[in-house]
Design a protein around this ligand. Structure first.
Ligand SMILES: Nc1ncnc2c1ncn2[C@@H]1O[C@H](COP(=O)(O)OP(=O)(O)O)[C@@H](O)[C@H]1O
Ligand SMILES: [Mg+2]
Length: 295
């Protein structure tokens, strides 16, 4: 009886995991590679959206006529209420979906003309909930670059401020995640995914709310690591913390799928719109952007 109950539990949790994987796969609409797709040799990292509209269901656009030009090495911050379309916007850059109308370009090439491999090799994505595998720490860091040698993996971990906590794990870099109750905190998981992105060394970087689940103490360490990662790359950052947004070259406010404000921090404060309002709230209190979706 005990064995059967145990097996039942295992199957149930497995079913849950399979559902989650299926969910992730299903939410990625098919994109197809053109038969004459080109592979970019060296990418500068210039990204543009030209009059992009997109949605998940016909007749229900999530992005409406969005245009933006990011020059090589610039940091673009995207802010706005929950559900405004920020993550959707970010997902179009590695071409997880194609726009309904308009186009997205990398170094002037329509993404639909590029090979998916060369596109994704040149774009790193760091998500709020990083995807970690039940494999060793080293394998998790080397995920985007399977051939990486241990010294390279360690260097990436150091730059991501992850080396310290990794060394304290029972088997260091060979510690297998999920085994013998090994669990990592949100901040540690984030730093692993930053190390992973450092190792990939792509010219374009997408950070979707990389600090939102982190307490203030870990945040200082994390921001340091993020700073090193962002250096010299074209970065799109969706963030709630003022400190990460303030210094961006260009800030875009998305509301209901439209860009309603755009400019530098100083310009947007003078404009006195939604961004200025968020800054007012943040500066007075926790130094965290509070975005009220009921506004
Ligand atoms: N995979 C999906 N399928 C259907 N609707 C989606 C999907 N992802 C997001 N949406 C919808 O698109 C809108 C924008 O979502 P999202 O881009 O996640 O916003 P944000 O990141 O700004 O919170 C929301 O209304 C959300 O419900
Ligand atoms: Mg989002």
């Amino acid at each position: 009886m005990k064995a059967m109950i145990g097996a039942h539990r295992t199957l149930q949790s497995l079913a849950g995991q399979i559902d989650r994987v299926a969910e992730v796969l299903e939410t990625r609409p098919e994109v197809t590679e053109a038969p004459d797709a080109i592979a970019l040799r060296s990418v500068r990292g210039e990204v543009a959206l030209e009059h992009v509209s997109f949605g998940y269901e016909p007749g229900r656009p999530v992005l409406l006529d969005v245009s933006l030009h990011a020059r090589t090495g610039q940091t673009i911050a995207i802010v706005g209420p929950t559900g405004a379309g920020k993550s959707t916007f970010a997902s179009l850059i590695p071409r997880f979906a194609d726009p309904w109308s308009g186009r997205v370009t990398l170094d002037g090439h329509d993404l639909r003309h590029l090979s998916l491999k060369s596109l994704r090799q040149n774009i790193s994505v760091v998500l709020q909930e990083p995807f970690l595998f039940p494999a060793s720490i080293a394998q998790n860091i080397a995920y985007g670059r399977p051939g990486a040698a241990r010294p390279q993996i360690e260097a990436a971990a150091r730059a991501a401020s992850a080396h310290g906590f990794i060394e304290r794990l029972p088997e260091g870099y060979d510690t297998v995640l999920g085994e013998r109750g090994i669990t990592l905190s949100g901040g540690e998981r984030q730093r692993l995914s930053i190390a992973r992105a450092l190792l990939v060394d792509a010219p374009v970087l997408i950070l979707d709310e990389p600090t939102s689940a982190i307490d203030a103490e870990t945040e200082a360490v994390l921001l340091d690591a993020l700073g090193r990662l962002m250096h010299g790359r074209t970065t799109f950052i969706i963030a709630h913390r003022l400190s990460t947004i303030r210094s961006a070259d260009h800030i875009v406010v998305l509301e209901h799928g439209r860009i309603t404000e755009a400019g530098t921090h100083d310009e947007l404060l003078v404009a006195g719109g939604l961004y200025a309002g968020m800054w007012g709230l943040g500066a007075a209190g926790t130094n965290k952007l509070v975005v009220n979706s009921e506004r």
